[in-house]
Structures are given as structure tokens and as C-alpha cells.
Write a new protein. Structure first.
Length: 91
């Protein structure tokens, strides 16, 4: 892989990571508003007034969404990088 191609991939990867985190957070917020018990915000794990079931459920949903968004965006950026440079992205 050329040095120029690698230097192009690093900022793309960082921007994709930041954008993906923001997108996943927004998606989770919208889902939690609909399924949470009249809570606009997900429960804080340190808040002992919340049930353990609710805290674990929120964390599991958030992790699932983060993983799906991250994998999808990384896959799309790898395809885009390959289309632009005709090289595989760095591992």
C-alpha cells in the first residue's frame, strides 16, 4: 500500500468512527424513547433506583445498535476506499 493511500485512509476512518458514534447515539435515543418506560433518557447504570433489568436491557440494545452501525459504516468506507484507490484498506 502506498504511503499516500494510507494517509488518505486514516482521516476517513476517524471521520467514519465519529460519525458512526453520533448516528448510533441518535438511533438509540429514538428507540429508547419508544420502548423506555416514559423515559426520554436511558437509565444510568449507577442509578440504583432503576431496575437491573432495565439497565441491562438498555445497555444490550445500545451495544447492538453501536455494533451494527459501526460494522456497516466500516464496511461501506472500506468499499469506498477500494473503489477510489483500487487497493484493499489497511488492516
Amino acid at each position: 500500500m502506498s504511503k499516500i493511500a494510507r494517509s488518505l485512509y486514516t482521516p476517513l476512518s476517524v471521520a467514519t468512527g465519529v460519525g458512526g458514534g453520533l448516528l448510533a447515539g441518535a438511533i438509540f435515543g429514538q428507540i429508547w424513547k419508544r420502548i423506555g418506560d416514559n423515559d426520554a433518557e436511558p437509565p444510568d447504570p449507577k442509578d440504583l433506583t432503576q431496575s437491573t433489568k432495565t439497565v441491562i436491557l438498555a445497555a444490550a440494545i445500545q451495544g447492538l445498535i453501536m455494533g451494527l452501525v459501526r460494522a456497516g459504516l466500516q464496511r461501506a468506507s472500506a468499499h469506498g476506499y477500494q473503489a477510489m484507490t483500487n487497493e484493499l484498506p489497511p488492516a
